[in-house]
Design a protein. Structure first.
Lengths: 377, 239
């Protein structure tokens, strides 16, 4: 009648393990909440960084093979038409596009707007991002905006609002006719801030970039791969702010493990002794604790991940996103749902296994000890 | 609940018998505070007998019950139950032996707090693969025998001492063990509940259970259902 071998998978045994778990639900509640919190924090951080990474990388992928920027005294400096001509003559280059791009300081709100030249727009109209629209509306700029430069006031009509959630870059962007953009940024009529260089053969991108730097030593030629690498470096999960969050999670985790150990000692020690006296073998005790704590940890894990998903992708991660994004403007972006299953699995592995181990090992230690004293007390 | 004669009719099962030979239990060996809880115990209990182990606290009665029930291992000697030396069994087999052959009744009842009477009695059956109906039938029979059926859904924390005792008895017999070991079963009971225990003991006798009771309660003196009374002192059997 007694179940042989894999008793932990037997229905009656599993049901009784769950019954005992519910009996002690208040004891397990603390572990459940702490573990959910840890998973929630770590998952939220990963969701945010993955989402930002994804958006940035997608925007880089939409750009041409090489982006050329000029520098003077270590700062970005404009380029004239001669740069376009010289670069277009390099073997392997199929096209060069001069781009007007820069930042305009909106003093009334102490914000920086990203000005991007767009030849499809008329001189007196612009398309603005969600964040820009919000900031302008607060100062009642709803139909047009006045750019205040050193020389004059430039009036531009607000033509359209860029759709929310298109990507992280459009949020603080103002798209203007290139000539209007030049006027706002204080550039001359034939000047560009960046060159977009198209190289059809991906194997030649590196050589072309080197040749550009040879011709113009003060220029910086960034290939798509380099730009993606730089984004990945910023959002690398083993560094920077991630480490701070890991420390918080780690401290919480130790509090959790301490609670886990105390769950096995005290009253529970007697419970183990009683079960042993009723015929539960050491394996049964371990299986019982395994089932109970698997239920607690897996449900806490799933709850933590689900809450993190809702927090990040439904509510746009209030408070936490400030750590990742700079200005108030950028914070009004909506995060694209991107889930890295490998990292979620890592959290599961490094969370659930120690969680189980810190209950099962003490339970095993108690189960192998002499039960006669424990049942007498 | 079927008695032993009925079982014999069914399958010719081997008679339950406990034989203890040269049994010693030494606590804290190789330490300055080492002491013998049991010294050279030799005892045999026939199938269906009710045996009382009498003696003052610290005489070794409870230790002897723990060893018979396989809760701890002797330092030396043999404990044969149905000709099987349980002192040498590995954990998985001694646990299975305890599960199937032994029913424990403790002085402090040792109920699982926070569970109902029914859920407490259910505990040993969690290790079986019986159907829900069979489990329910077994628990009901055990509750009837211990006269605790009317409290089946009540949390054990709200029971009186006597009711807790009867719940513990029901749990001890739910697997229909051949041997029942009771450690000071009346120590925490009033007179009325102690007499109820004696009545249950008579039922065990009728069911042909082998019962070993460790007690210093004089209530058991001269009871008709008691087959033997063994005196213990300082870890040794007297007489």
């Amino acid at each position: 009648m007694r179940t042989k071998g894999l008793s932990m998978f037997r229905k009656n045994f599993v049901e009784y393990a769950i019954l005992l778990l519910f009996k002690d639900r208040n004891d397990h509640l603390f572990s459940f909440l702490i573990f959910s919190f840890i998973v929630f924090i770590l998952s939220s951080v990963l969701f945010i960084s993955d989402s930002l990474q994804y958006d940035l990388i997608q925007s880089i992928k939409a750009q041409p093979s090489i982006v050329v920027e000029n520098t003077r005294a270590g700062r970005a400096y404009q380029m004239h038409e001669g740069y376009v001509y010289d670069v277009s003559k390099i073997t392997g280059v199929s096209g060069v596009e001069g781009v007007v791009d820069g930042y305009h300081y909106f003093a009334q709100k102490r914000l920086w707007f990203h000005i991007i030249g767009d030849a499809s727009l008329a001189k007196d109209e612009m398309v603005i991002g969600q964040g820009v629209q919000k900031a302008m509306a607060e100062l009642y700029y709803e139909d047009e905006f006045h750019f205040l430069t050193e020389e004059r006031l430039i009036r531009v009509k607000i033509n359209k609002i860029a759709p929310k959630g298109t990507n992280i870059l459009s949020n603080d962007a103002i798209f203007l006719n290139p000539n209007t953009a030049r006027a706002v940024l204080g550039m001359e009529i034939d000047e560009y801030s960046k060159l977009y260089v198209s190289v059809p053969n991906p194997n030649e991108v590196g050589n072309v970039a080197l040749k550009i730097v040879e011709i113009y030593p003060s220029a910086k030629a960034t290939s798509q791969a380099d730009a993606i690498g730089a984004v990945r470096h910023v959002y690398y999960y083993k560094g920077g702010i991630f480490m701070i969050l890991y420390v918080i999670a780690l401290v919480s985790f130790f509090i959790l493990l301490k609670n886990q150990i105390s769950l096995v000692y005290g009253e529970k020690k007697k419970e183990i002794a009683i079960l042993r006296s009723l015929g539960f073998c050491i394996k049964d005790i371990i299986a019982l604790k395994f089932i109970q704590n698997t239920v607690v940890s897996v449900s806490a894990y799933l709850l933590g991940v689900a809450l993190a998903y809702v927090y990040v992708f439904v509510f746009n991660a209030p408070y936490l996103r400030n750590i990742f994004l700079g200005s108030e403007l950028e914070n009004s972006i909506s995060l694209t749902p991107v889930v890295d299953l490998n990292l979620l699995f890592l959290i599961f592995l490094f969370g659930v296994i120690p969680f189980l181990a810190f209950v099962i090992l003490p339970a095993w230690k108690i189960a192998i000890s002499d039960m006669s004293e424990a049942v007498k007390s | 609940m079927e008695n032993r004669d009925q079982r014999h009719e069914r399958g010719g099962e081997i008679m339950s018998q406990i034989v203890i030979q040269n049994l010693n239990k030494l606590y804290n060996p190789n330490k300055p505070n080492a002491f013998y809880a049991l010294k050279n115990i030799n005892l045999s209990v026939e199938d269906g007998q009710i045996v009382i182990l009498k003696g003052v606290s610290g005489s070794g009665k409870s230790t002897l019950l723990s060893l018979i029930g396989g809760l701890s291992k002797p330092s030396s000697g043999e404990i044969l139950v149905n000709n099987q030396n349980i002192a040498k069994l590995p954990d998985i087999m001694s646990s299975a032996f305890r599960h199937q052959k032994i029913g424990f009744i403790f002085q402090s009842f040792n109920l699982l707090e926070g569970l109902s009477v029914y859920q407490n009695i259910l505990a040993p059956l969690a290790l079986t693969s019986l159907s829900k109906e069979a489990i329910h039938e077994k628990v009901s029979l055990a509750m009837q025998l211990a006269n605790i059926e009317h409290k089946k859904d009540q949390n054990v924390g709200s029971l009186s001492g006597g009711e807790r005792q009867r719940c513990a008895i029901a749990r001890a017999v739910v697997m229909e063990p051949e041997i029942i070991l009771a450690d000071e079963p009346t120590a925490n009971l009033d007179k009325e509940n102690s007499f109820i225990f004696i009545e249950i003991l008579k039922k065990f006798k009728a069911l042909h259970k082998t019962v070993v009771i460790a007690t210093h309660d004089t209530l058991f003196d001269g009871l008709e259902c008691i087959d033997r009374c063994v005196q213990m002192r300082d870890g040794e059997l007297l007489g």
